[in-house]
Design a binder for this molecule. Structure first.
Ligand code: MN
Ligand code: MN
Ligand code: MN
Length: 291
């Protein structure tokens, strides 16, 4: 290897390493254990993987252990739920300090929020004749927090519905009794949690919120103002035109660019780990701030 190849290899911008900075394990709503997720990432040639479970870091230590066996790097991460003008927005925290007291209290607060909502959903379902709804759903979520998919599984198991889709259509989907709105903290507060944990705050999958471009830019401006540092320019299954548009927004607001699959489970619905286009050349990668 020539010296110039060596130096260009070590430069973050021209690196050919595959970074996947957004994915889920069974510690939130993913299917794979943290260990299986890391092995799968390795098989997909991922060099640097951020585990970003919803509102929990429970899987990170296990992922780090497995990564030592497999020989890849784990970035400790999390995907926080927040709200902006009453709309749900997801903030990914990357390279966070797992021992940070503010991170631990933030995780605890989010968990309480989810638990409270689970009990509210259970109450609604019980009033519709579903017995022991909380306990039943809990059985389908041995590790994580109880959410609507677990209630759906219980409804099917108990014969209230034929399948998961019907459970959402009748009980849990938009406008149905079990569709309890979650009161997430404001975007600004969540960005602060990430910064206090010495992490990098990343606006997740900007094209998933179905906002007009004007609204999206207003949200990005507030995110930047709150201390947000990066935006997911490449996210999962995304149109190239959307990638180009987010790249323009990243430049307009001087944000670093992140990329990730948002992988939840093997199969058709989700993008495969590490399997997405590179960040556009014009974008400064989020990992350049870590070196
Ligand atoms: Mn999810
Ligand atoms: Mn998300
Ligand atoms: Mn996600």
């Amino acid at each position: 290897m020539t010296l110039s190849a060596l130096s260009s290899d070590s430069s973050a911008k021209s690196s050919n390493l595959i970074y996947d900075l957004h994915c889920h394990s069974d510690q939130s709503d993913g299917i794979l254990s943290p260990e299986a997720l890391v092995s799968r990432a390795k098989a997909q040639n991922v060099s640097v993987l951020a585990l970003t479970d919803h509102d929990t870091v429970a899987g990170v230590a296990r992922a780090q252990q497995q990564a030592q066996v497999e020989g890849l790097d784990i970035i400790p991460g999390i995907e926080f739920s927040s709200q902006w003008n009453g709309r749900g927005v997801h903030i990914v925290g990357l390279n966070i300090d797992l021992a940070s007291p503010s991170l631990l209290s933030a995780v605890h607060q989010q968990e309480q929020q989810r638990e409270e909502r689970a009990h509210q959903i259970a109450e609604k379902l019980e009033s519709m004749g579903v017995a022991r709804a909380y306990e039943g759903a809990r059985q389908h979520a041995p590790e994580g927090v109880v959410g609507r998919p677990h209630f759906a599984a219980y409804l099917v198991e108990q014969g209230h519905c034929k399948n998961i889709a019907q459970a959402f259509k009748k009980y849990l989907g938009a406008g149905k009794p079990g569709d309890i709105k979650q009161m997430w903290p404001e975007l600004e507060e969540v960005v602060q949690w990430v910064l206090q944990a010495n992490g990098t705050a990343v606006l997740a999958h900007p094209k998933k919120y179905n906002m007009t471009r004007t609204k999206l830019c207003a949200m990005v401006a507030d995110f930047k103002e709150a201390g947000g540092q990066a935006i997911e320019v490449v996210s999962g299954k995304q149109l190239d035109a959307d990638t180009r548009d987010i790249a323009r927004i990243a430049q307009k607001y001087s944000l670093l660019g992140s990329c990730g699959s948002d992988f939840h489970s093997p199969g058709g619905a989700w993008q495969e780990l590490g399997n997405f286009p590179k960040l556009p050349e014009s974008i400064e990668p989020v990992w350049s701030s870590w070196q």
